[in-house]
Design a protein around this ligand. Sequence first.
Ligand SMILES: [Ca+2]
Length: 257
Amino acid sequence: MDILFHCAIVVFSLIISSTSAGEWRTHEYVVREHSLVKPYQGMGTTIPYWDFLGSTMVTNNYIRLTGDIQSQRGAVWNTVGCYLRNWEMQIHFKVHGRGKDLFGDGFAFWYVKDPMQEGDVFGSKDYFSGLAVIMDTYSNHNGPHNHGHPYISAMINNGSLHYDHDRDGTHTQLSAGCVSKFRNLDHDTFVSIKYVHDTLTVSTDIDNKQQFEQCFSVSGVKLPVGYFLGVSAATGDLSDTHDIISLKMFDLSTPDD
Ligand SMILES: [Ca+2]
């Protein structure tokens, strides 16, 4: 009886897992191993599929990459390589602090070859290989740009390019980005990074309208599969609190892909 019961459970589990394995591939389905949602905690103090670096602090309601304190670096990295060909990452974030005019430095989303590398580019490694989408809150403004801040842009790197903070990354950015006033808002703020058929589209939902508005879109972006997802943030002389509330990854591949 006991053995039969266990067999039944095993068979039942197999049916469940094969069904869900099929569902992961369908449109608009959150891919659990690349997502970070509440409640964060797994067994004990670890969070399944995610690693942490630097000043990162996990609470029940948010993951704090940096506090409103000078010279901090924090990151959260997916431990599983991403093999989705077409995907969308929705980041629910909150950037806030005491600074009215002076605050920084911002945070970045990463899809890179080498995860868990602390460094000077919003808390992560310079000369990275892969994609960075940068939410730069502080205008270092020694450069040629005349846009406002916070400014969202993207950078593709093969390991040879340096992110130049003095020019706010202007000479290495993939295309013109957009100004996005996402700091110190009372409502929820989101950024969406979508990669479908080699087109990278970055959108934001920061006006409490529950819909995404396009920031920029670039075609012909070639990214390999198997890289790692992460988010990092840094403060320097200036500071801000950079919180991540959730990371939701959607598989946008269709059976035709
Ligand atoms: Ca900057």
